[in-house]
Design a protein around this ligand. Structure first.
Ligand code: MN
Ligand code: MN
Length: 459
């Protein structure tokens, strides 16, 4: 009789000691990745190094490819498309895993630096969906690039080295927090107030009566990077949490870290493709893309035709039209979802919400207010995956993001499906999504990796 009932099982109910050690080992590599790669550019750099060490070579559109070729296309250092060319022609389609490697953060404004009351600050504009109060009084670091007026690109990373200074956004002391306490969260923490404390030591060597602290930090920047204040104008500097990824829980079952959304899936897609042994039947493609958190627009977002340029070039080299390739292709839009949180149970339908340690979570649809902005995968697509996962020992579950009308969210799935590619959402369940320190289960992360590998092998 129990065969008539369905419920996703906790992975640990049947996990062998061998599986459990694989789960922990995989998470170690992932934690190291998170600490190295805290911006989309750093994720792409990591992916290039990782792929090169596994026999991938850079692909220039227009080149011919052959079965077994392992290639990557670097889209402006902010997105990367990798492929292992399969046995079958692209006329039979390809299997795609796509994840995004941008994450919510604070970007420096174009002209960020100012001084107030003998303290130097940097003004920011937040990127993506952040709960602003979470960014006050936590250690921060600054990473990114400055392109100087002379065209030279300077990589900036202040705070990643243990000896480096850190930065912070201050908050009101509780003793004087009476007025702040009375406000709603929305009003109590205005975006304009997310100002980074950058320095306090005045420089008395100049002639200026004011802005001596500002001059002091500019001198330090000039010594280290050879830049002036004007060079902020052509820079992309991202303020990110300074803490490292770490095991969480006495049983070490979870990973706490910045940017699980969606670098957990990015790492899973990258390692599943690069770790593919032999040659797949259908060409396997993994993509790490930018700008998902602000709508997937721009040259490196998933709406960009850079993807068509890459896939079109591969298809043409086999005499196949891109439309025909897309029509037969399959895509897993690998993005995180929310894990059920008993502390905030009222926002979820527990029966249809991902649970920690129950495996990679597939979502037929995302969106909000009646599935708006969702791909809404076909039942046929899900049925195929049920077979593939059963054959490959993948623990998985189905979920949706919260109760009907509680809110919602989107992914890149619809942009893939709009290209006439059969697409479904799947990813790692996350607690405290978009917080500076999010949580995921190691077992779910490992199953996400296994699910992508299974799609590349058997779909
Ligand atoms: Mn995401
Ligand atoms: Mn997100």
């Amino acid at each position: 009789m129990s065969d008539l009932l369905y419920s996703a099982k906790n992975i640990y109910e049947t996990a062998s000691p061998e599986l459990i050690s694989q789960i922990h080992e995989y998470a170690s590599g992932y934690k190291a990745f998170l600490n190295i790669a805290k911006t989309e550019r750093e994720c792409v750099e990591f992916a290039i190094e990782y792929a090169k060490s596994r026999d991938f070579r850079e692909y220039v559109p227009g080149e011919k490819v052959q079965t077994g070729d392992r290639i990557y296309f670097n889209n402006r250092g902010k997105a990367i498309y990798l492929a292992v060319i399969g046995v079958k022609s692209l006329r039979e389609g390809c299997n795609i895993a796509v994840a995004h490697v941008d994450a919510p953060r604070l970007d420096l404004k174009a002209s960020p630096l100012y001084e107030d009351s003998e303290i130097a600050y940097l003004r920011t504009h937040y990127y993506g969906g952040v709960k602003k109060y979470q960014w006050h009084t936590i250690p921060l670091e600054i990473r990114g690039v400055i392109i100087r007026g002379d065209g030279e690109k300077i990589k900036v990373s202040i705070g990643s080295d243990p000896e480096d200074p850190r930065f912070v956004i201050t908050d009101i002391l509780p003793h004087l927090g009476e007025k702040q306490n009375a406000k709603t969260l929305r009003d109590a923490f205005p975006g304009e107030d997310l100002k980074i404390l950058f320095g306090t030591c005045p420089d008395y060597s100049g002639d200026n009566e004011k802005d001596k602290v500002k001059l002091g930090v500019l001198k330090l920047l000039n010594e280290k990077y050879g830049i002036t204040e004007a060079d902020f104008l052509s820079a992309e500097l991202e303020v990110v949490p300074a803490h490292e990824a770490h095991d969480v829980g006495l049983d070490r079952s979870l990973v706490g870290g910045y940017g699980h959304d969606d670098r957990a899936c990015g790492y899973a897609a990258l390692t599943a493709l690069c770790g593919f042994e032999g040659i797949p039947e259908r060409t396997a493609v993994a993509m790490l893309v930018d700008k998902e958190e602000i709508g997937s627009d721009g040259t490196a977002g998933m709406q960009s035709r850079a993807f068509e340029r890459f896939m079109g070039s591969l298809s043409r080299s086999q005499g196949v039209s891109l439309d025909d390739c897309f029509a037969e292709s399959f895509c897993v839009s690998n993005d995180v979802c929310n894990a059920f949180d008993p502390n905030f149970a009222d926002v979820s339908d527990k029966q249809n919400n991902a649970a920690l340690n129950h495996g990679v979570c597939f979502m037929k649809y995302t969106g909000s207010r009646g599935k708006s902005g969702s791909n809404d995968a076909n039942a046929e697509t899900i049925a195929v995956l049920r077979r593939v996962f059963a054959d490959n020992g993948v623990a998985w579950q189905m979920g949706e993001l919260g109760k009907v009308d509680a809110g919602g969210g989107g992914t890149v799935a619809l942009y893939m499906a709009n290209r006439n590619i059969e697409t479904i959402d799947a990813g790692v369940p996350v607690l405290s999504m978009h917080a500076p320190w999010e949580l995921i289960s190691k077992a779910d992360l490992y199953m996400t990796y296994k699910s992508i590998a299974a799609v590349f092998k058997d779909r």
